[in-house]
Every structure is written in structure tokens, then in C-alpha cells.
Design a protein around this ligand. Structure first.
Ligand code: FES
Length: 878
């Protein structure tokens, strides 16, 4: 058949059943992205005969004779379509995976669509931005820009501008990103790459008695089938930290026991996806059913099936016989006495559902052997070095014989702080000697990636008659699912800054993270803090209600203050956390003042209105072992190369890193090139999580730049001069977020509408204001989805809504304006006075909404998300 793509004729013969997206990508049009296979996300949008379509839904054969335009062909030559120009210069993307599809859809709009964007953009999801900059970019091309009220710093700085810190420098790859030409992991795959697919368990708990693979191996095109008999007999964790011993050693690459529905059972490697899929269906597995348990409280009770028998504290499993992977029992002071003597005691339990990262680019990796026989893995990962180290350990290879690198990553939010594909790819590459690719489908994401830990948090909070907190006791039960990746870290982090935000003389913590036969939980933006902050900030609000106090005033009266000792619940002073700055007081003031502003949308008649606020604190880097080494090279042509190990997945770190070097040398940012996230060409970096791209990698780079400037001054060297810098992550500061919201609640339906929401952030010196605003808006949008409707549903451990159509993430229409302000602080510990601000904005959103709903209804939600049916019941529905 013949089609016209971006003005060029394409003669091709589509395979039976092939969709247009796959055909276009196979012919080099990798600007057409793959985010799902169901027409839900819009990443694959193209213009087909003048209309925007989701190309994954179009049978390729039906496109015969069509004229197609992709994001790379919206404008002639190197030019950008006006909407692409607006997206590129207006910070209309973060990871950029949705952006080509968004550009395509937006390019089809005209002035008449200006008031209908919510509907016209319904089919294009963005998980990063919260949509405000996308909306503004599109509107700017359709007519006069409407005032949204969000604080988006104007005056983006072009590459040729000064571009130092404190300026909104546009990311360097912006033009390529909006055209879809900046490559992600699967946009560059070696010729002849084999496709890996997995056979998965239909049972939540079973022992594999036998696997018969002969029929699959005999299928045309199949190269290999791997089972547990072929996998290294090494236990590890998919979760990655600087120390591999931080997580439970409970996972085998392919195991003879399956512990959740969707767990890998076998891997098929074939010449094509079709052959691999067909062969997977030919693998026969005999299972012996084992009893399963899905409720974490039942799982730790006597008589429950033991999910990981034989694991010991040496494997970092606290009590395998009780299914307890991690626990924490600590405190300071006489909590029971304090509560008994309190004027008011709140004693309630909050719970949160399972939510998923839903980054637009799915997990995946491609591997091959280098000319010298060493293993190369190109991966969509937040942690290339930690992945390299663990692959080397599991396969018994020298680290130098393994290279892992990450091109641009299409979102992560903690979900790519895991090894979900690289291990099987490595196994297959080493066994076959051929390049192998394993790319998650969207369904794979829902069935076998990871989720936010569901937690049940009982809080007993006491206060005296004046509103001074007297004691707090927290009982936490965390469902880690079938494996313990991040179970301990999330549980400990959940109980750190959430409990330390207020000065409370007596504290008691009892927490357990428990195995179940549910799909595994993992790292997710906020790393557990959001769950416990929901409970603590709701309890604080209940104290205010009971005492008739203003919730802002109650928080001010009890909040930790600049210079206060930062105590663990155990009473130990946290030696690693220091006051580099303090901006909570400003955040509370700013949020209170901003909330007093007018509604952005009117409250419908008959709906009940309430306001809520919540505060959150977060340390500016991970507590244990987050390290980075960086270097800066000055070249004779006056340019610089900055090398860092951290990955770019939409957090903006590469842009800020260039700004740091440009500022140190007083040169335009265009003169600074970044090399990053490649274990063969840069030095070790723990990775892009815990908001460490700025406060760890950024500090290492800053140190390198200062060292180089000390050596060469302002001169241009005759030959390359390089200096190195390191940050060992030993001192961390504290950042704050305060979210406040006014909502209207329909007592007839349970619908919740945000009338006005404000967010005050203490980010220290804001190095790139537009990017930082974007991180906050994106975090707030994710918080909103998690608070109101996002939820994975399970039936006997089986995910029943494994697609975007059934698991709703915020769409264009769903995200209201966020009025954002910043405390004016300068952090003594951060680079140029900056603090981290990538994951923390998420944390106070759900409790602020819960508090507002409670004030509106006079009845409080305890179960997150606060879905319409739950809110309707609160409002008195049957
Ligand atoms: Fe839209 Fe990442 S920028 S999904």
C-alpha cells in the first residue's frame, strides 16, 4: 500500500492486524509514541486526512492512500508549528512523552475551539504537567491568552540568553521534544532485535510443578524460552537504593513459586512480537495451588499462609512467619499519660487505596552485547548505576562488563526506581548473544509494575485546651504486596517528616509492612509521606474543630520552628538533617492569604462549601546514602561539558545543571553541554529519586564547577581542563509545602468541585521558576487524582481495571488552576540556596481536600480516594 507521511511517499505492506502506529514507528517515525494500545492516552496521535486520530486504533491497512502528518511534519523543514513553538518556549512539557501527540491534536484546532479545549484535548493525557502550561500554550495560538492565575514565571530565557540560576531557562531539547525527535528508550533499537514477552501467573499463590516449553520453542520465529530452571539462583529486590541491602532479598528473576496474579513465569524470546505472543500461549504450566491472603491484617495474623517461608532478618525480612517484612516500634515520652491528660483526643483510622504512577512511557529496556562482549542495557530507568550494579551482582559479572544508560525517560515518579525488565533482557542477551527488547504494554504496567503502598494509619492525637499538642501515637499497617521492594524504606520515610512537623512531647510509633498476595507496592512520589500526612493532617484539623480554633493558627502554634531539634520518633536527634533554611511560617501565611481570594469557578446552587488546609515537610534528600560524583570540563572553544550520573525524566535536572555551570562561569547556558545517565561515560550517581537531582547531583556539579573555576579562573584553557566534585548526601535540609483549598460538594451526588486551590512552597532559592512551578502543578494534579478518584481495584488479588479507560487519571478538564507562591528563603545547604521540590507538592493535597470536604459536609472522609460514592454516603446517601 502507499501512504503519504509528512509529504513523502511510503510504500509498505502492513502485516495482518498491524495498527498504524506500529507501522509508522517501524518505518522510522518514532515521533509517534506508544503509551497504550487502546486509544486512551493520545501519545500516538497523528493527523490522518486532516483529522487527529489515535493511530493505535487505526488498522494500518485502512490507511491506504491517506495523507498523514506526525509531530515531526507539522511545519516545513526545521520549523515548528506555532503551537509547538508555544509548547517549547512555554514549558508545556516535562518528560515530553505526551508532547508530540499533544502537538498534533492542538495543531488541528482553530479559534472556534478556544472555548472547547476541555473536550478537544480529552483524548490526550499528560501525567507530568497538570495541563496549565499546555492550555496556555494552545490558547496563545488561538487568540488572546486568558489569565489563569497560576504563577508561571514569564520571560523564558532562550538558549542564547544569560540563563543563569533564578531564570526560567527553557530545556535544551525543547524543539526536538515537541516534534517527537528527542529519542526515548524504544526510539532507537538495534536492527535484528529480538522481542521478549512473558508468560504470567493467573493465580495469586501457587507452586509451579512443571513447565512444558517444547511447543513454544517449536513455534516459528522463537529463539529461546526461559523458565526458573534457567534463571540465576540469586535473591534480590527489584527496588533500588544506594545500598542493595536496604531492601528485602525475596525476589528471583523467574521463580518456581508465584505470589501474585501477573507474576512472570516464563520468558519467550522471538524474532517478532507476534511470534513471541503466540508462543507464550503454547507454554504449559502445571500449578499446585497455595492458600492466598489479601488483607494485610489477616496476613500477619496467626494461621495466615506464609508467603516467603524461610526468609530471615538476614534477608531483610523481619518476621517471615507473620509475613512482616519490616517493622518499627519506637517512641519517646509517656504517650498514654499525655493522651489521658489531654483536653481533647482524636482517635481515628485513615486508609488510602492503591494508585499507580501511570507515567506515559511504559517500563522497558533493550540490551545487546558490545564488540568486546560486555553487556549493554538501554533502559527507561531513574537509576542506571544501581541497575548496572545489581545486574552485575545477579549475573556474577564485573561491573565494568555491564553498561546501563538512560536516554530521555518518559516519566517515572519513583516507578522506575526498580528493575522490572532489565534482568530478563540481560538473561536473554547473555544466552542468545542477540539484541533483545522487553517493553511493557500499558496492561503490563497495571499488572506487574508497582503501586503506592496502601496503608491504614490509626492516629491518636492529644491537645490541651489551648491547642498545644500533648502526645501522638501512630499505628501503621502497610500492604507491600507479594514482594518487599521499598517496603522498609517507604514505611520508615512515611513516619519521619510526617511525625516531626509538629513539636509533640510524647510520640509512639508502631508500624508494620506486611506481605500479601496482592501485586507489589513500590516507590511513588512522596515515598509514603502522603499516606501518613493524610492521617496526621486530618487529625490536626479535627483538633481544631473540637477546640473551635482556626486550622492555620493551630498549625502555627504547634509547628516545628527554625532551629528546633529535629527528632526521630525514638527521641534521637537526627544528626543528618539540619536547618539550612526555614519557610513554613511564610508558607502558612501565603496560603492563608491566597485562599481568601475569589473562587476561580463558582459554586453550583445547592452545593455545600468548605475550606481545608494541610502542611507537609520533607527532607531535601534521602536519609541513607544518596551520593553523586560529577565533573565539568572547560574546552578551548569556550564551551563546557557537565557530566552527571542522574537521569532526566521530566524533573528538569539537566536544565538546572546547565544553569549551575553557566552561573559559576558567567557564560550563556547555551555554552554548557550535558552528558548524563550512562555508566560508561560518567561517574557514579545514586539516581534520580528523592528529589536528589538538585540537592545531590546538583551540589556535586556545583562543587566541580567551583573547583574548575578556582583552577582556570575566567580564562579559556588551551586544552580541555576538567575538575570533579562529589556530594555524599550527609547533610540534608528541610522543605515545606502548604496546600489549601475551597471546595463545593454536591450532597445529591457526592461530586466534589475545587473552587479555589492555593499552594505555597518553601523551595529555597528557586533556580528555574517556570520548571519549579511545573513540578508543583504536576504534583498537585497527581495529588488531586489520588485524592478524588484514582484507585486500582482488586478482586482476589487480580487487578480488575488494568487500563486508562477504567483507571482514571486527571484529564485536561479535571485540573483546576493552582495559585502558587514561594517562600523567600535561601538554604545554606543547597546549591545556590536551593531546596528540592519534585515530589513533595503531592503530599498535602489529599488531606487539604479531605479537610475541606469535612468542613463542607460536617462529616469526614477516612477512606482515600474520596470518590463520589463515598462522599455521597458521607452526605447522608443510603
Ligand atoms: Fe506530558 Fe510527561 S510531559 S506526560
Amino acid at each position: 500500500m502507499r501512504i503519504d507521511v509528512n509529504g513523502s511517499a511510503l510504500e509498505t505492506a502492513p502485516r495482518p492486524g498491524q495498527c498504524l502506529r506500529t507501522l509508522l514507528r517501524e518505518h522510522g517515525h518514532t515521533e509517534v509514541k506508544k503509551g497504550c494500545d487502546a486509544g486512551d492516552c493520545g501519545a500516538c496521535s497523528v493527523i490522518l486526512d486532516g483529522s487527529p486520530v489515535h493511530s493505535c486504533l487505526i488498522p494500518a491497512a485502512r490507511a491506504e492512500g491517506s495523507v498523514i502528518a506526525t509531530a515531526a511534519g507539522l511545519a516545513p523543514g526545521d520549523e515548528l508549528h506555532p503551537v509547538q513553538e508555544a509548547l517549547a518556549t512555554g514549558f508545556g512539557f516535562q518528560c515530553g512523552f505526551c508532547t508530540p501527540g499533544m502537538s498534533v491534536t492542538a495543531a488541528c484546532l482553530g479559534p472556534d475551539d478556544a472555548d472547547d479545549l476541555d473536550r478537544r484535548l480529552k483524548g490526550n493525557l499528560c501525567r507530568c504537567t497538570g495541563y496549565r502550561p499546555i492550555r496556555e500554550a494552545i490558547e496563545s495560538t488561538l487568540g488572546p491568552v486568558r489569565e489563569t492565575g497560576a504563577r508561571a514565571e514569564p520571560g523564558a530565557v532562550a538558549e542564547t540568553g544569560a540563563g543563569g540560576v533564578r531564570e526560567s531557562v527553557v530545556p535544551e531539547p525543547a524543539r526536538r521534544v515537541v516534534q517527537g525527535l528527542e529519542p526515548f528508550t524504544f526510539d532507537e533499537v538495534p536492527a535484528g532485535t529480538l522481542v521478549l514477552r512473558v508468560v504470567t501467573s493467573p493465580h495469586p499463590h501457587a507452586r509451579i510443578r512443571a513447565i512444558r516449553t517444547a511447543a513454544a520453542l517449536a513455534h516459528p520465529g522463537v529463539v529461546a524460552v526461559f523458565t526458573h530452571a534457567d534463571a540465576p539462583d540469586v535473591l534480590y529486590s527489584t527496588g533500588r537504593h544506594e545500598r542493595h541491602t536496604d531492601d528485602a532479598a525475596d525476589t528471583r528473576m523467574l521463580d518456581d513459586v508465584v505470589r501474585f496474579v501477573g507474576q512472570r513465569v516464563a520468558a519467550v524470546v522471538a524474532e517478532s512480537a507476534e511470534a513471541a505472543d503466540n508462543a507464550c500461549r503454547l507454554v504449559e504450566v502445571d500449578y499446585e495451588m497455595l492458600p492466598a491472603v489479601f488483607d494485610p491484617d489477616e496476613a500477619r495474623s496467626p494461621g495466615a499462609p506464609v508467603i516467603h517461608p524461610g526468609r530471615t532478618p538476614g534477608d531483610r525480612v523481619a518476621d517471615a512467619n507473620r509475613n512482616v517484612v519490616a517493622d518499627l516500634h519506637t517512641g519517646r515520652g509517656d504517650v498514654e499519660g499525655a493522651l489521658a491528660g489531654s483536653a481533647v483526643v482524636i482517635d481515628e483510622t485513615w486508609s488510602n487505596g492503591r494508585t499507580i504512577h501511570a507515567q506515559l512511557e511504559t517500563h522497558g529496556s533493550v540490551g545487546w552485547l558490545a564488540e568486546d562482549g560486555s553487556l549493554v542495557i538501554r533502559s527507561s530507568t531513574q537509576v542506571p548505576f544501581l541497575t548496572r550494579n545489581e545486574l552485575a551482582r545477579v549475573f556474577g559479572l564485573e561491573r565494568e562488563r555491564v553498561r546501563v544508560f538512560a536516554p530521555r525517560v518518559g516519566g517515572g515518579f519513583g516507578g522506575k526506581q526498580e528493575i522490572f525488565t532489565e534482568d530478563l533482557v540481560a538473561l536473554a542477551v547473555l544466552a542468545t548473544g542477540r539484541p533483545v527488547a522487553y517493553e511493557f504494554s500499558r496492561t503490563d504496567e497495571f499488572l506487574r509494575s508497582s503501586f503506592r503502598h496502601p496503608m491504614r494509619t490509626r492516629v491518636r492525637l492529644g491537645a490541651d485546651a489551648a491547642g498545644r499538642f500533648t502526645g501522638i501515637a501512630i499505628e501503621l499497617l502497610s500492604d507491600t504486596g507479594a514482594y518487599g521492594n521499598h517496603a522498609s524504606g517507604v514505611m520508615h520515610h512515611a513516619l519521619s517528616e510526617s511525625v516531626s512537623l509538629y513539636n509533640v512531647p510524647a510520640v509512639r510509633i508502631d508500624a508494620e509492612a506486611v506481605y500479601t498476595n496482592n501485586p507489589p507496592s513500590g516507590a511513588f512520589r512522596g515515598y509514603g509521606l502522603g499516606q501518613v500526612i493524610l492521617a496526621v493532617e486530618s487529625a490536626v484539623d479535627m483538633v481544631a474543630e473540637r477546640l473551635g480554633m482556626d486550622p492555620f493558627a493551630l498549625r502555627r502554634a504547634n509547628a516545628i520552628r527554625d532551629g528546633d531539634p529535629i527528632m526521630h520518633a525514638s527521641g534521637e536527634i537526627d544528626a543528618g538533617t539540619l536547618w539550612g533554611s526555614y519557610g513554613l511560617d511564610q508558607c502558612l501565611d501565603q496560603a492563608e492569604a491566597a485562599l481568601a481570594g475569589p473562587d476561580d469557578v463558582p459554586a453550583p446552587a445547592g452545593w455545600l462549601v468548605g475550606e481545608g488546609v494541610a502542611a507537609a515537610m520533607i527532607a531535601t534528600m534521602a536519609p541513607f546514602g544518596h551520593v553523586a560524583h560529577a565533573s565539568v570540563t572547560a574546552h578551548p572553544d569556550g564551551s563546557f561539558t557537565a557530566r552527571t550520573g542522574t537521569a532526566e525524566f521530566g524533573n528538569g535536572s539537566t536544565t538546572v545543571h546547565r544553569q549551575i555551570v553557566a552561573s559559576v562561569f558567567g557564560v550563556p547556558v547555551a555554552r554548557v553541554r550535558i552528558v548524563h545517565a550512562d555508566t560508561d561515560v560518567v561517574e557514579h550517581d545514586t539516581g534520580a529519586f528523592a528529589s536528589a537531582g538538585l540537592t545531590v547531583a546538583g551540589k556535586a556539579l556545583y562543587a566541580a564547577a567551583l573547583a574548575l573555576r578556582d583552577r582556570i579562573g575566567g580564562s579559556v584553557p588551551r586544552e580541555d581542563e576538567t575538575a570533579t566534585g562529589s556530594e555524599l548526601g550527609e547533610k540534608r535540609s528541610l522543605a515545606f509545602n502548604v496546600h489549601a483549598v475551597r471546595v463545593a460538594v454536591d450532597p445529591e451526588t457526592g461530586s466534589v468541585r475545587v473552587l479555589r486551590q492555593v499552594h505555597a512552597a518553601d523551595a529555597g532559592t528557586v533556580l528555574n521558576p517556570a520548571q519549579c512551578v511545573g513540578q508543583i502543578e504536576g504534583g498537585v494534579a497527581q495529588g488531586l487524582g489520588g485524592a478524588l478518584y484514582e484507585e486500582i481495584h482488586l478482586a482476589e488479588g487480580r487487578v480488575t481495571n488494568p487500563m486508562f479507560r477504567a483507571y482514571r487519571v486527571p484529564q485536561f478538564v479535571d485540573v483546576p488552576v493552582t495559585h502558587i507562591s514561594f517562600a523567600t528563603t535561601h538554604d545554606d545547604l543547597g546549591p545556590f540556596g536551593a531546596k528540592s521540590m519534585s515530589e513533595s507538592p503531592y503530599n498535602p493535597v489529599a488531606p487539604a481536600l479531605g479537610n475541606a470536604i469535612a468542613r463542607a459536609l460536617g462529616s469526614r472522609p477516612f477512606e482515600q480516594p474520596f470518590t463520589r460514592d463515598r462522599v455521597w454516603r458521607l452526605a447522608g446517601g443510603a
